[in-house]
Design a protein around this ligand. Structure first.
Ligand code: SF4
Ligand code: SF4
Ligand code: SF4
Length: 339
């Protein structure tokens, strides 16, 4: 079925467009019902049904909206899930959804919304959906993504990403110190948890905004500050769902690389005959929307790898001319290695 909107841009509604949203909704509903029955708590039924529905709506819009505005489907999910997490769980539920909150609850053996959120969305889920949380749901970038630098002006600053690991270890160390040295565990649903969550978020937003302006990159906070990828990069390496480029359809225009918010050199993976193995991929689907030949797609499969092909700081944005040179030297290097 094809429906026309008032700008005469075609919405593309077909039966196959219900498959991916339906699959995600079914998975989330299965989790919702399982936890509801095993934990005898209606919260789980509501929580996972709501998140599943939010994801399914975004995926459906992404599939059927006119290509020019297809990215709005992702923004809808990001808004629905992000605001729910902050307002319902964080502010109303007074749960510390920051990584320190997760560490506290984990070491204290407390199974609350924050624990489940981390275990499902940010750790276990990466084995199936990669870093889909970062592309579709994070409340921090739900705001930062409104800034104008959706594609980074420059590439990655080498070694600055190590700060994510420092942050991760610092947060873990702080929690261990408070729990086992000071022996002052947090009280559930207390004001301290709420303040920790709110102040932590304000720092993230402030730092994220500053870095985005200075580096002209909406996602700079993800690349250099946020500790969550330390978890995510383990599972997403082996994620079942990954981006793939159909080589026979690719005309090497490099539009996908120029549009990627995470500086990934997608074609280097294609030249190797692999899916996009980079653990920096946030499954945002931008590369799919911009491809003029529909060569980019999601596929499910078993693979993994340790190569990160990323544009580094100062490297020009990919064009047919400059990347063609890079591609040929890449291919020569690969064939030299294989000799
Ligand atoms: S890396 Fe951190 S800030 Fe960036 S999207 Fe993921 S969770 Fe959010
Ligand atoms: S490779 Fe595609 S899906 Fe992954 S981050 Fe880049 S644009 Fe988004
Ligand atoms: S946008 Fe499509 S055609 Fe262009 S380089 Fe990327 S995959 Fe190939």
């Amino acid at each position: 079925m094809t429906v026309l909107n008032n700008r005469n841009q075609s919405w593309n509604i077909r039966g196959k467009h219900f498959i991916l949203p339906g699959t995600f909704l079914s998975i989330f509903l299965a989790i919702a019902v399982t936890l509801w029955l095993t934990k005898d708590n209606l919260f789980y039924l509501f929580n996972f049904s709501y998140i599943g529905l939010s994801v399914a709506i975004g995926l459906f819009l992404t599939a059927v909206l006119p290509k020019r505005v297809r990215h709005r489907g992702r923004l809808v999910t990001q808004f629905l899930v992000g605001t729910y997490m902050v307002v319902f769980l964080g502010i109303m539920g007074k749960e510390n959804m920051q990584i320190e909150g997760f560490f506290f609850y984990l070491f204290m053996g407390i199974f609350v919304g924050a624990t489940i959120h981390y275990l499902v969305a940010k750790i276990g889920g990466t084995l199936v959906f990669g870093r889909g949380w970062c592309g579709y749901a994070c409340w921090t970038v739900a705001v930062l993504d409104l800034l104008p630098w959706k594609q980074p002006k420059e590439g990655r600053i080498p070694y600055l990403g190590v700060f994510r690991y420092v942050h991760f270890l610092g947060s873990l160390g702080l929690v261990l110190y408070i729990l086992f040295v000071l022996q002052t565990p947090p009280e559930l649903e207390s004001l301290r948890e709420l303040y920790w969550f709110l102040i932590g978020n304000l720092i993230y937003y402030g730092l994220g905004f500053l870095l985005a302006v200075v580096l002209k990159d909406n996602r700079a906070v993800c690349n250099y500050v946020c500790p969550i990828p330390v978890f995510q990069k383990i599972g997403s390496r082996f994620s079942l769902m990954k981006i793939n480029i159909k080589r026979e359809k690719c005309v090497e225009c490099f539009a996908c690389e120029r549009a990627c918010p995470m500086d990934i050199k997608l074609l280097d993976y294609m030249y190797e005959g692999k899916r996009i193995l980079s653990t920096e991929c946030i499954s945002c689907s931008t590369c799919i929307y911009v491809c003029p030949t529909d060569a980019v797609e999601y596929t499910f499969g078993l693979d993994g790898g340790f190569k990160e092909y990323l544009r580094t700081y100062g490297e020009p944005a990919a064009t047919k001319k400059n990347r063609a040179v890079a591609s040929s030297s890449f291919l020569n290097k690969e064939s030299a290695v294989s000799k």
